[in-house]
Design a protein around this ligand. Structure first.
Ligand code: GAF
Length: 385
């Protein structure tokens, strides 16, 4: 059963009537371009086939109710909240995400009361953007109920505001833009500064390849300090250099820029500048149909995130190393880091071997067994019914 059907069915059970509509949004994998979004740089995500659906009906009493479906159909309902009373910091846990969206849309004058029922299968805490898929589906539902048509770029910015100010996670624009704009069989080449986006065809299977997604089960969170500290470091470096963002450093200016910075900021800048370059090179190779050649770029991205940006962890390193040792063409951690998922580019006929090697490497170290699936570029957010 689709997540939209699950959400609709649960809505009927909880509210005794059909929802006015159901909207859903996917999680994402970022092929390459990590920690570049809040530096005005380049990213290259695709949507995964796991989604969060929100079944919704309008209310006329300024109140928002939110229920979420857990495994085996058990529903959990948050305390109802008056939309005019929503303030940052007042709500924690999973209800903060839909409430934060209601708060930001209230600020935009775009929402009224609503009953929302959520169902989803994006693994939580896996760095696959489950929270952003929830926020995107909620935003589309609330805007849809209000009959308000807005551009995806505005919706993405409002969701960022909800994350930053209401939830307290200083994240960028990557995840929600991917969830809203990705399309089947494509990666989304996004220039975060200009907002320009290009759908680049991405069909690994045509080349006998797969993107194996490895959820390490080491859970991560961006409300904790590691992510924010990196972001602040990048902003400080840009300020010292007198530029709007690290995006403004070209690769051939990198050494000169590094020489002007205090030692502790240099690795951050090096990562961002080289990572932007790796995104551009990946896009160029995909356009030339040279899929196999992106492997070394993925691995270089991982090394940079591990050694310079320092956002990897043992589980992510072991996943990437074991996958490569078993024949993957390249492998890297994805998302914010400190846990979550990695990807490996593997030949279809080597997939089982790579999976077995990663599983064995985790067992050897007594890590929780990883979960793996093939990352097939899937549809972005929209209304289901
Ligand atoms: C997380 C954030 F939400 C994104 O904005 C992005 O910064 C990513 O980490 C790292 O590339 O997913």
């Amino acid at each position: 059963m689709s997540q939209a059907a699950r959400a609709a069915e649960a809505f009927e059970r909880l509210h005794g009537r059909s929802p006015a509509g159901v909207w859903s949004a996917p999680g994402r994998v970022n092929l390459i371009g990590e920690h570049t979004d809040y530096n005005d740089g380049f990213v290259l995500p695709f949507a995964i086939p796991y989604r969060t659906a929100v079944a919704a009906s309008a209310r006329d009493d300024d109140t928002i109710t939110v229920s979420t479906l857990h495994d085996r159909g058990r529903a959990e309902t948050a305390d109802p909240a008056r939309i005019s009373d929503l303030v940052p910091g007042a709500i924690s846990g999973w209800p903060a995400y839909p409430s934060g969206v209601a708060w930001v849309l209230r600020e935009q004058g775009s929402t009224g009361g609503a009953d929302l029922v959520i169902a989803g299968d994006v693994p939580a805490g896996a760095g696959l953007s489950s929270s952003h898929s929830l926020e995107c589906a909620t935003a589309l539902a609330l805007l849809g109920l209000a009959g308000s048509r807005q551009s995806n770029s505005d919706i993405a910015k409002w969701i960022q505001q909800a994350e930053n100010d209401f939830v307290g996670a200083p994240t960028g624009l990557l995840d929600q833009t991917a969830s809203l704009n990705c399309t089947e069989a494509h990666v989304l080449f996004l220039d975060v500064r200009s907002g320009e986006a290009e759908q680049v065809p991405f069909d690994a299977s045509r080349h006998g390849l797969e993107v194996l997604v490895i959820d390490t089960r080491a859970s991560h969170s961006h409300t904790e300090s590691g992510y924010g500290a990196r972001r602040r470091g990048c902003e400080e470096a840009a300020k010292i250099l007198g530029i709007p963002a690290l995006r403004d450093i070209a690769l051939d200016e990198l050494d000169a820029a590094l020489a002007k910075l205090p030692e502790e900021l240099r690795p951050l800048v090096k990562h961002v500048v080289t990572e932007n370059e790796r995104v551009l090179q990946t896009v160029a190779l995909l356009k030339q149909d040279k899929y196999g050649e992106i492997g070394p770029l993925l691995s270089a991205s991982h090394a940079s995130l591990r050694d310079d940006y320092r956002v990897s962890c043992d589980e992510l390193d072991v996943a990437a190393e074991a996958a490569e040792a078993a024949g993957a063409l390249g492998a890297r951690m994805i998302g914010g880091g400190f846990g979550g998922s990695a990807i490996a580019l593997v030949r279809g006929d080597a997939r089982a071997e790579v999976e077995a090697a990663v599983t064995a490497a985790f067992a050897e170290r007594s890590f929780t067994a990883p979960r793996m699936f093939t990352g097939v570029p899937s549809a972005g957010a929209g209304q289901d019914r």
